[in-house]
Design a protein around this ligand. Sequence first.
Ligand SMILES: *Cc1c(COP(=O)(O)O)cnc(C)c1O
Ligand SMILES: [Zn+2]
Length: 423
Amino acid sequence: MAAAYELRCRECGKRCENAPLSICEECFSPLEVVCDLDAARPAFTREAIAAGPSSMWRYQALLPVPDDYVPATPAGWTPLLKAPRLARNIGARNLWIKNDAVCLPTLSFKDRVVSVALANAQAFGFDTVGCSSTGNLANAVAAQAARLGLKTYILVPADLEPAKILNTQVYGANLVRIDGNYDHVNRLCSQIAERYSWGFVNVNLRPYYAEGSKTVGFEIAEQLGWRLPDNVVVPMAGGSLITKIRKAFKELIALGLVEDKPVRFFGAQATGCSPITTAVKTGADHIEPQRPATIARSLAIGNPADGVYAARAIRESGGWAEDVSDVEIVSAIQELAETEGIFTETAGGVTTAVTARLYAHGRIHPDELTVTCITGNGLKTTDALTGAYEQQAAIRPRLGDFENFIAEQSEEDELVLGGSFVR
Ligand SMILES: *Cc1c(COP(=O)(O)O)cnc(C)c1O
Ligand SMILES: [Zn+2]
């Protein structure tokens, strides 16, 4: 085998050479990258990883990129933080946050998947790349393609948050707003990728793209001191991230870097777009597509490509899935910010609210080590908080005015019931 990785069909197992391809030609099921663990073994030790860069590229030996690949962008390696104040609020005692709200370069976990996808776009010789996106992917592709000097076409639903649109255009990408939802956009991208010879990171490069998500799992284990947690709570859009964190843990176990132990996976969605949580709750082995209606736009995929695999992974692991309302999402954004100083976007509101619900319903025991994945930054979805805070009238720069101000404020504080969040 020339490369230490290849494509394999998830259903019929057919193996194929590396190519910009995401569907099995025999049975039309999705293709997945399989890395040769034995080939990776010498370069994938705790010591070698610790000596590597402070980025997701410390795990390069288990990522599908050419041997001599030199990364252009130091994405990933985000903080894993203990969250005692949020924990106290929601009845947890050993809660941790994997904080990809500060993932570089574009403040979401999508920087990880795009790094791997664009490495492959270059290896396959594409000069133009693109994606269909609910926002964060658009930002990540635009930024990283700019750095690599690739031409970029990015297709998004027209109703995307203004910050995510601007965050794409600023990098000089060709942004195409589509009058339709993500599922319409995605279908069009498949047609474009076929017609023009372009690399679409989440269409024809999807198997490579998806492997980038493994680095969230690798980092969690390494940052816990090469241990696996008991539970992981993960937001789901297409359903890829949750399956790849699980794959990362399995690879670490197979290579002997962590002790084998069961980890339960919990999926989070917004009720307004909950095809995967619905499948988990009803026990269905297929996904019933939905028409999204939620403020959590980054998770608003009504017909998720990896939905079946996500639901399966959750069930097999003994986990569960929950979905929460838009009101709960906003409240959870505020709760996470007020307790832990982390400002997340709507997807992180979903994950936080679902985490609270899982403890409240006894799905997670308070003493178990639980990691909740915050995947995007709140500065991109400030519209979700429109009207949440009053702007005080300006006061004169005088001590007396300030004293009057705090006197009035403490009266108001007494009227508020204090620290209550919507559950
Ligand atoms: C894309 C995205 C997800 C979900 O990713 P999938 O792999 O498609 O399930 C979660 N959070 C944020 C902020 C995202 O942008
Ligand atoms: Zn097949």
